[in-house]
Design a protein around this ligand. Sequence first.
Ligand code: B12
Length: 213
Amino acid sequence: MVLYTTLSSQFKQYLLSLNKVAAKRLIQDEFTGDNAFQLIQQIMMPALENIGKEWEVGSIALSQEYMASNICEEIVNSILPPESPKRRDMPVLGVATLGDQHMLGKQIVASCLKASGFSIFDYGAIPVDELATNVVKDAIEVLLVSTLMLNFAYEVKSLRNCFNETGISTNIIVGGAPFLFDDELWKQVGADAMALDATEALSKVYELTGVVE
Ligand code: B12
């Protein structure tokens, strides 16, 4: 853990100086083939959180934050597990951010579910009414919603209302910062469950669909 704390601050420096090669090498040196989620959680996420705080106090520009997340996105894509070949008769899942432009959390959750054998439709930053149409068209059984901004977290309420009005029984699992700060928020917006991270999202999907691991 101490090791990762040091590596995370080193990684952050590479991100802020836009040294993509060094940032990539740092992660690749630690990558053993099956520790992608651990490296994301313990090296990349603390570095990005720190960068977010620096932007908040005005010590770096939003463009630096943007470039840092682009580098992370590229690295994340290079280490995440591929889709699972054991595609059984699994329920179909969807993932979306309801307009939020923060994409990394969604990407990590989707990839963890794919690696576990689920088919997953990625709808990106789609508005509520369009999403509801797609959910029906693709017969989505569980929808995972990722938001980092509170205003988009409240959009889940509109989504649930829209589902209720149109008789859609798809389950909604939410995740992301606003739901971590307020552990009652998922109930207030009408979600069926919330999860802390990608691994927990997988357990919730098993719970809601009755699929046995
Ligand atoms: C990178 C970043 C950006 C990038 C995003 C690029 C991209 N393609 O993703 C850019 C530069 C575009 C950006 C823009 C903005 N950002 Co920004 N951003 C960040 C930053 C630094 C990192 C986010 C990130 O990628 N984290 C890494 C991922 C992997 O973590 P995660 O999303 O939390 O996901 C994990 C868990 O939460 C969970 N999870 C996530 N989703 C889900 C879903 C389900 C279903 C489940 C179960 C679990 C789950 O699992 C994941 C893996 O463990 C954060 C800082 C922070 N503390 O998070 C600020 C931050 C989120 N941004 C912030 C702000 C204010 C903005 C802007 C408004 C800035 C502006 N003035 O324009 C815009 C808004 C854009 C928009 N409309 O959405 C604020 C939000 C404050 C708030 N609470 O409202 C933060 C917290 C920075 C800060 N300290 O102020 N941002």
